[in-house]
Design a binder for this molecule. Structure first.
Ligand code: CP3
Length: 343
């Protein structure tokens, strides 16, 4: 698998590519399947249909890796926090965690109620081309906690930060509960057949450096260490989004994972200088460049010039595909990257 070789910094015949949110509304095929079920969570829980949409970007775009079709929020959901995905508003929890008593809402053993995820993995792996990798994933404890505490997406994260600066012990309790679930959840995904793991910390950038290491990254590192100790051959990708201002600090950390996801806000040359020796870098084309074929080509050119036609890089967007990006350009993106990085 070219993607797994690249995670392990082996020589490959071109730079492998996949895209965050590669299964989604920019594909008509996705919208057709999505229309067959009531809501988004029904799609996540439907093993056949979730498998079908996981495989769509492989058939349509010829990406080198498929990513499990699911959502990071199935963990808080199965911990007992009911959740609705509201059109144009995003996810909303019916209850949220604000004080010590609210911890009682959270039920243990969430990982035991996620068979729909493990079954989707096994079915997908059985149908997926042997040369293509299947990536499993979870949300980082901090990002999951932001949704559980705010109850929805946020601009200021004021409830989470209020907890962080007034009752840090409570926040640590929430993060610890999440970490314990996530370790077994990822382990179960590996047992079901994923070839690599990605940990999404979408709201890492909401915290200052010192708080991020204490409440965000230390938990990711602990999860990665646990998985590495049991499954040393499964590559782990981490994606802390929005931490460009202190990217250099990640050069000092204990290395418990293989690939570092670079978001589109970070200059790739800076990322390469800061972390390129220590980690394989994944990224970081600004997704909106796909609105225009010329700007997309310029963006690819620049990243390939910096990362070179050599090992140490996995091509990806710097964040997820948007629903109205043109599908033709997504198809071209994969073709161009494969051509331009051919060794
Ligand atoms: O193709 C893939 O990348 C695999 C599937 C995937 C989804 N969500 C499907 C999805 C993955 C890896 C995620 C992760 C996820 N979910 C993250 C981390 C990555 C990131 O984007 O930063 C986050 C923060 C979430 C939470 C979430 N889920 C939000 C905020 C939303 C609403 C926004 C939107 O695009 O509508 C979702 C819903 C969601 N997750 C959709 C998809 C395809 C759209 C649902 C629909 O079809 O109506």
């Amino acid at each position: 698998m070219i993607f797994i070789d690249a995670c392990n910094r082996k020589e490959t015949s071109y730079t492998p590519i996949w895209m965050m949110r590669q299964a989604g509304r920019y594909l008509n095929e996705y919208k057709e399947v999505r229309a067959k079920v009531g809501n988004f969570l029904d799609l996540c829980k439907n093993v056949e249909l979730a498998t079908e949409v996981t495989l769509q970007p492989i058939d349509i775009l010829d990406c080198d890796a498929a990513i499990l079709f699911s959502d990071i929020l199935v963990i808080p959901l199965e911990m007992g926090l009911e959740l609705d995905f509201i059109k144009n508003e995003g996810p909303k929890f019916r209850q949220c965690i604000r004080d010590e008593n609210d911890l009682n809402i959270l039920k243990p053993m969430a990982h035991k109620r996620l068979d729909y995820v493990y079954d989707t993995i096994s079915l997908t792996r059985s149908k997926l081309d042997k040369k293509k990798a299947l990536i499993g994933f979870c949300g980082a404890p901090w990002t999951l906690a932001t949704y559980m505490i705010e109850g929805q997406g946020s601009k200021t994260y004021s409830n989470c930060k209020k907890m962080l600066y007034t009752n840090p012990k409570l926040l640590h309790k929430v993060l610890e509960k999440l970490s314990n679930e996530l370790k077994i959840y990822l382990e179960s995904q590996i047992k079901a057949g994923v070839n690599a793991i990605m940990i999404f910390d979408s709201w890492a950038g909401a915290l200052e450096k010192k708080s991020y290491f204490e409440f965000g990254f230390d938990y990711i590192n602990d999860i990665a260490k646990y998985i590495k100790s049991k499954y040393p051959n499964i590559p782990i990708i981490v994606f802390p989004k929005g931490i460009g201002g202190f990217l250099y600090a990640f050069n000092q950390i204990e290395k418990n994972f293989d690939v570092f996801g670079i978001d589109w806000g970070i200059d790739m040359q800076y990322a390469k200088n800061a972390l390129g020796e220590k980690f394989v870098l994944q990224g970081n084309l600004e997704p909106c460049r796909l609105y225009n074929l010329n700007t997309m080509e310029e963006g690819i050119e620049e990243i390939v010039r910096i990362m070179g036609n050599k090992s140490g890089h996995i091509f990806n967007l710097g964040h997820g595909m948007l629903p109205d990006l043109p599908r033709e350009n997504a198809i071209k993106l994969v073709q161009i990257v494969k051509e331009k990085t051919k060794r």
